[in-house]
Ligand binder design. Structure first.
Ligand SMILES: [Zn+2]
Length: 81
């Protein structure tokens, strides 16, 4: 588990609907994240390196979405780095 590669994802684009497209520059892993009435939906556009751990992606994006869609207080309990 500790041997797994860690990839850092970057926000590639965001849409007026609140959906966000994230890209991993290392392996081209690409996902689209959106919230529909509080329900999170993640669509994988490019699988990339499935063995790698992707950080700064779903976690950060989900928290951002939750902040805008749900409870801002939830954001204070976590650290995004
Ligand atoms: Zn990657």
């Amino acid at each position: 588990m500790t041997d797994r590669k860690q990839h850092r994802m970057t926000l590639e684009s965001s849409f007026p609907s609140g959906a966000q497209q994230w890209l991993c520059p290392t392996c081209s892993h690409r996902i689209l994240i959106g919230v529909q009435r509080g329900r999170l939906e993640i669509m994988v556009l490019e699988r990339g390196d499935e063995l790698a751990l992707h950080s700064g992606s779903a976690g950060a994006a989900i928290e951002k979405l939750e902040v805008s869609e749900a409870r801002p207080a939830a954001f204070d309990n976590r650290t995004v780095h």
